[in-house]
Design a binder for this molecule. Structure first.
Ligand code: PMP
Length: 441
């Protein structure tokens, strides 16, 4: 068997340079909140593979359900016929929906594909073309998804031209207006709703605008929950102007924020809701969920795909949904969330800490820029070699924990497994606080 060092060397040579990595190591095994690396290190995982393994790595019931399905039917092509796991999954998801009108399901494989499909559906059923996205949004890496991604130019740099017909509205985040972190959300919300009204008057007329797409918690763009009044305002504008509201719950969905879906904090009804990541706890599966009245307008054959709604991934998702209930995951999220904020609270007195925010177990700590530019504008000097947040994450890694930053600003994000124990949560927070103290001084 090849040595770990030679495997890493092989990977470095042959895996595309287009992929960035946190660690030059092979991940050999995942169990609950821990990953074991080929060099023998056991790492506490506060990333969940970017908010995917919500029930921890290799949850026994999810893995067993997938293994069982593997021996029964791996590929039940959705354009040939129905398969049982697909239908069972719909049955499990229906009662979880933020609104009962969401009753038509299209399963595919990745979040980006779900975004692409939502854009097609919005254009197809409204007969309109333009899409409004939010400043700071992340929706994926394929061409349509990349066009509505506004969190970092790094995702689209050198890859233009993007899909046309995309307009960007400001999202209520103090950075976007160079305001201080304690700016009331009501002030930010009215600024943004006014700007959106102007956008509809000055740039994309309602009669040309098919949809507004938004993450209920801006994810890669800095971990910022949308104020409920903002989502409610969007809903009103969409209703008034006959525009569809697409809610992207790819990262925030499935109990992550302390509700089944983050949009529930606002009570807003999505026209189209997108899910992926936590849906199947690590198996590639995403979903586009609408009301039948919309999807009934689609021509048979206009949607589909070779692997759309793979049977093994659907079986894993059914077991995931069952485990959410059987293992009282929502209770754990809310209990651990309180502890997480309590562990982080002492950091508020650290001058370098600008903000601690989030919902459930989707939480961010933001730092002031170390570049000496305005603390409200840390992006002013994007070429500074190692961002402070990256150095903190690196230090955490040296101490045995994986944790992620976000694309924009100096943000470290906390997305541990939703069933993490109080002990592991404290252990991770201790590592983080120590790392901050050592790096920020
Ligand atoms: N939407 C959101 C909100 C996301 O966070 C992501 C992934 N980080 C995507 C879409 C794209 O999902 P995928 O990487 O599965 O294509």
């Amino acid at each position: 068997r090849a040595s770990h060092a030679s495997l890493v060397d092989f990977g470095r040579r042959h895996v595309t340079k287009g992929i960035g990595r946190q660690v030059e190591a092979v991940i050999e095994k995942g169990e609950g909140s821990y990953l074991t690396l080929g060099d023998g290190r056991k790492m506490l995982d506060f990333t969940c593979g970017i908010a995917v393994t919500n029930l921890g790595h290799c949850h026994p019931k999810v893995s067993a359900a997938a293994a069982e399905q593997c021996l029964k039917l791996v590929h039940g092509q959705c354009s040939i016929g129905f398969h049982e796991p697909y239908l069972q999954l719909i049955e499990r998801l229906l009662p979880m929906m933020p609104h009962p009108s969401l009753d038509s399901f299209y399963f595919i494989s990745s979040g980006s594909e779900a975004v692409e499909a939502a854009i097609k559906i919005a254009r197809g059923v409204t007969g309109k073309q333009n899409i409004i996205t939010m400043q700071g949004a992340y929706h994926g890496r394929t061409y349509g998804a990349m066009a509505v991604t506004k969190s970092k130019t790094g995702y689209s740099e050198s890859f233009h031209p993007l899909m046309p017909g995309v307009f960007t509205a400001p999202f209520p985040f103090w950075h976007h207006f160079s305001l201080p972190p304690n700016t009331p959300t009501s002030e930010l919300t009215s600024l943004c709703l006014n700007q959106l009204e102007l956008l509809l008057q000055q740039q994309t007329a309602p009669k040309d605008t098919a949809a507004i797409i938004i993450e209920p918690v801006i994810g890669e763009g800095g971990y910022v929950p949308a104020p409920p009044e903002f989502l409610q305002g969007l809903r009103e504008i969409c209703d008034r102007e006959n525009i569809l509201l697409i809610i992207d719950e790819v990262q925030s969905g499935f109990l992550r924020t302390g509700k089944n879906f983050a949009v529930e904090y606002s009570g807003v009804k999505p026209d189209i809701m997108l899910v992926a990541k936590g849906l199947a706890n690590g198996f590639p599966l995403s979903g586009v969920i609408t009301r039948s009245e919309l999807s009934d307008k689609l021509k048979p054959g206009s949607m589909g795909g070779t692997y759309a709604g793979n049977a093994v991934a659907c079986a894993a998702a059914v077991a995931t949904a069952d485990a959410f209930k059987e293992e009282n995951i929502l209770e754990n999220v809310n209990a651990r969330s309180k502890e997480l904020f309590a562990h982080l609270e002492p950091l508020r007195s650290t001058p370098a800490v600008l903000d601690i925010r989030g919902q459930g177990l989707m939480v961010a700590v933001e730092f002031a820029s170390p570049t000496g530019t305005s603390p409200h504008d840390p992006l002013r000097n994007p070429n500074v070699p190692a961002k402070l947040s990256t150095r903190i994450a690196k230090r955490c890694q040296e101490k045995g924990m994986f944790i992620l930053t976000t694309s924009a600003y100096e943000v470290v994000r906390f997305i541990p497994a939703l069933n993490i124990t109080a002990e592991d949560l404290k252990k991770g927070c201790d590592i983080f606080v120590e790392s901050v103290e050592e790096i920020v001084k």
